[in-house]
Design a protein around this ligand. Structure first.
Ligand SMILES: O=C(O)[C@@H](CO)OP(=O)(O)O
Ligand SMILES: [Mg+2]
Length: 403
């Protein structure tokens, strides 16, 4: 075991061109870890608080760094994360910022792996992890908060459920992305890309379903394995609480209509995955939908659960969803993210490890997915900050000895 010698924090850019926090941790024995915080656009109401980058850094330097340096053993991740929580002193990291907290938490894990000379997934998951790999859910058409004048549903995700390897799955998602571009071109629809690199055409959701259906079936035939698709509805962003309705481009839906609509889509398109189909406060709606379609598809809570064990416990009690999105920066530390995964798995909920719409080249979530044996990872399809994670998964699968 080796103690943290220094924690350095700096501002760097994320994929949207906004600033974010990067942390470097050096240990007394010379181990080194570097990690950066991602950032959401369609953030959940109950997420840990992301502070302005310079405020987060100043506050973490004042409150957290002195408690870590020369004091905490880098391999004791629980202690690193407890120290961050104690330094912050709030429930939601509003003092030092979840952006500083998560960058430090992840950098400590990487420094510990470096000390051990082991890949990060092995340090986090143990010696027997690394035989199962997550299926990547790839965002290929999107709108919502991630692109203006595009689909109301935030993400249409390729789900290569039959892929024999991570590498095949990653390549299949890229092929679906490219096939979507061809179909849009044939239809004469111009398209730019949204924040996560998905196509963001100005088409309505019905058209997007048709395009997705055609694209996954073409690529599935070409690759010779099953590819389905799924959605991140990000319904909290379209929910109007005063009117109690969901706002689509040219119509609205009541909660009951929303549940019917999503259930029909699951049947019509054999959807593999539906994330945030209802508002982030609507446990009952989630439970009703899970009752209807939970045997056929994953009903995943992102803004509903925000990687928080208390919110997940409430969901488990009420039968809301059967899957949880795991985003370390939503809760602030790796220990908290692990606790959420553990509680989910114990209760039959599938964890899906996820990126944010604003990302960096950091690859921690690829290791986290393998370390936790997560069945899925959601980390985009194309673009350097997305392929950083996907390519890292390919390397992990090929057992590259030095990651
Ligand atoms: O809603 C989501 O699942 C994410 C990532 O795709 O988006 P954001 O990071 O903007 O919250
Ligand atoms: Mg989401």
């Amino acid at each position: 075991m080796t103690r943290i010698e220094s924690v350095r924090l700096r501002q760097i850019l994320d994929s949207r061109g906004n600033t974010t926090v990067e942390a470097d941790i050096l240990t007394e024995s010379g181990g080194f870890g570097r990690a950066a915080a991602p950032s959401g656009a369609s953030t959940g109401e109950y997420e840990a608080i992301e502070l302005d980058t310079s405020e987060a850094i100043a506050s973490a330097r004042e409150h957290a760094v002195p408690r870590l340096e020369g004091a905490v053993y880098v391999g004791d991740q629980r202690d690193v994360d407890r120290t961050l929580r104690a330094a912050d002193g709030t429930d939601n990291f509003s003092e030092i910022g979840a952006n500083s907290a998560v960058a430090i938490s992840m950098a400590a894990a990487k420094a510990a792996a470096d000390v051990l000379g082991a890949p990060l997934y092995q340090h986090l998951g143990g010696a027997f992890r690394g035989d199962n790999y997550p299926i990547p859910l790839g965002n290929v058409i999107g709108g919502g908060e991630h692109a203006a004048d595009a689909t109301a549903i935030q993400e249409f995700l390729s789900a290569p459920v039959g892929a024999p390897s991570v590498q095949d799955a990653v390549f299949a998602n890229a092929a679906v992305h490219s096939e979507v571009a061809d179909i849009l071109a044939e239809r004469g629809v111009p398209s730019a890309k949204g924040d996560e690199g998905a196509w963001a055409p100005s088409i309505d959701d019905d058209d997007a379903f048709e395009v997705m259906d055609e694209a996954v079936s073409t690529v599935s035939d070409e690759f010779g394995f099953e590819i389905r698709f799924g959605l991140d509805v990000a319904a909290a962003e379209m929910y109007d609480a005063d009117a109690d309705e969901y706002q689509y481009r040219d119509r609205t839906r009541s909660t009951d209509e929303q549940i019917e609509y999503i259930a029909d889509l699951v049947d019509e398109y054999d959807l593999a995955y539906v994330e945030d189909p209802l508002d982030e406060n609507d446990y009952e709606g989630f439970a009703k939908l899970t009752d209807k379609v939970g045997e056929k598809t994953l009903v995943c809570g992102d803004d509903l659960f925000v990687t928080n064990v208390e919110r997940l416990s409430e969901g488990i009690e009420k039968g809301a969803g059967n899957s949880i999105l795991i985003k370390p920066n939503q809760i602030g530390t790796l220990s908290d993210a692990f606790d959420a995964v553990e509680l989910a798995v114990e209760n039959g909920y599938d964890p899906v490890i996820s990126h944010r719409s604003g990302e960096t080249e950091d690859t921690t979530i690829a290791h986290l997915a393998v370390a936790t044996d997560a069945p899925f990872i959601k980390t985009g399809t194309v673009g350097g900050e997305r392929t950083a994670k996907l390519n890292e998964l390919i390397r992990i699968e090929q057992n590259v000895s030095r990651l």
